[in-house]
Ligand binder design. Structure first.
Ligand code: NDP
Length: 330
């Protein structure tokens, strides 16, 4: 099958400026953490990627360790890039990261310059790219001086292996020092990638304010709390869902009665708004102008299609917001 992207791909998506930068990101971006690895069905992942790009999703997020096995999501994406997306490379923002365990020994983890530089070289090979658009330090390293990690990002940008750099999972104080060092080096931090959803709100405790005032974008990962904030678990844990699978970061025990009780109540509000719960959960994040994009995952084209409809209704009434807060407060 020869892939040709839809001519209507830019007709409906919203694009938000990423902090104070020249880059706009789609309100909805797609991550390849799960469902695109060597253990997954290639054609399913490929169909999701096609649907995403055909619908205006121009941003695809990877990391060295995505799979499983680690590295296989980048290989999968590289294959699709080569066979289908090659004519569209310049219409895409492709990101990758290093910071979690990737290979044995002291140089395959955390935040040293040795690890970050070598890891990006490997990622570029796996994806068949000359450069990525964004390269992230995936997590703050308490042992490596933050100056070294930021110097690595600066070097990578200077080498042209990444056009922009970002940080992920850095707490407010860590973010402040990272941004200061990057500014001194003359490399601006484009974006912070942080876990943010109705169920995970740590970014509201200072990080969003720092990013807003520094002109750095925020991309919210796991915005659906890995599927909890959708109708996926309303009637139990389906076979094949993330919570049912081994070796994922969502366990059966995370799907608590308490959570499902809240999910049912949230679902009632979503229904009254004419939305699915997934759509309302994403819209709830996008209502804050400091949130550049929500970084979703999807295991099927149908889920992606559901999530894409979010942008039809992103506004909330004051009353809806109050009722949501009351539900979340228990
Ligand atoms: P989500 O919170 O969007 O969860 C995605 C999962 O939710 C899907 O796999 C699917 O679960 C379920 N789902 C999605 N849409 C629907 C729907 N409409 N109806 C029902 N169920 C739905 O995000 P992820 O946790 O997957 O994370 C997204 C991306 O964020 C990652 O791919 C990665 O790029 C990034 N990330 C970054 C991290 C970091 O440290 N920087 C850490 C984690 C993620 P199911 O598989 O059960 O069908």
């Amino acid at each position: 099958m020869v892939y040709k992207s839809s001519e209507k791909r830019y007709d409906t998506m919203l694009y938000n400026r990423c902090g104070k930068s020249g880059v706009k990101l789609p309100a909805i971006s797609l991550g390849l953490w799960h469902n695109f690895g060597g253990v997954d069905t290639f054609e399913n992942g490929r169909a999701i990627l096609h649907k995403a790009f055909d619908s205006g999703i121009t941003h695809f997020d990877l990391a060295n360790n995505y799979g499983p096995p680690p590295g296989s999501a980048e290989e999968m994406f590289g294959k699709v890039l080569k066979q289908d997306f090659a004519p569209y490379r310049d219409e895409m923002i492709i990101s990758t990261k290093a910071g979690y365990t990737m290979w044995d020994g002291p140089y395959g983890d955390w935040g040293s310059k040795k690890y970050l530089v070598a890891s990006l070289d490997q990622s570029l090979k796996r994806m068949g790219l000359d450069y990525v658009d964004i390269f992230y330090s995936h997590r703050f390293d308490p042992e490596t001086p933050v100056e070294e990690t930021m110097e690595a990002l600066h070097l990578i940008k200077q080498q042209g292996k990444a056009l922009y750099v970002g940080i992920s999972n850095y707490r407010p104080e860590q973010t402040k020092s990272a941004l200061k060092i990057l500014n001194q080096l003359g490399t601006k931090c484009l974006i912070h990638q942080a876990k943010y959803s109705m169920y995970e709100r740590w970014v509201e405790g200072g990080l969003l304010d720092i990013l807003g005032s520094e002109g750095v974008g925020l991309i919210a990962f796991s915005p659906l709390a890995q599927g909890l904030l959708t109708n996926r678990y309303i009637d139990g844990i389906p076979a094949g869902s993330r919570a049912a699978k081994a070796d994922t970061f969502l366990n059966r025990e995370d799907v608590t009665e308490e959570k499902i009780r809240q999910v049912r109540q949230l679902n009632d509000i979503a229904k009254a708004r004419g939305q699915s719960l997934a759509q309302m959960s994403l819209a709830w994040l996008l209502k804050d102008p400091r949130v550049t994009s929500v970084l979703i995952g999807a295991s099927s084209v149908a889920q992606l299609e559901d999530n894409l409809k979010t942008i039809q209704t992103v506004n909330f009434s004051g009353d809806e917001l109050k009722r949501i807060e009351a539900i979340l407060a228990g």
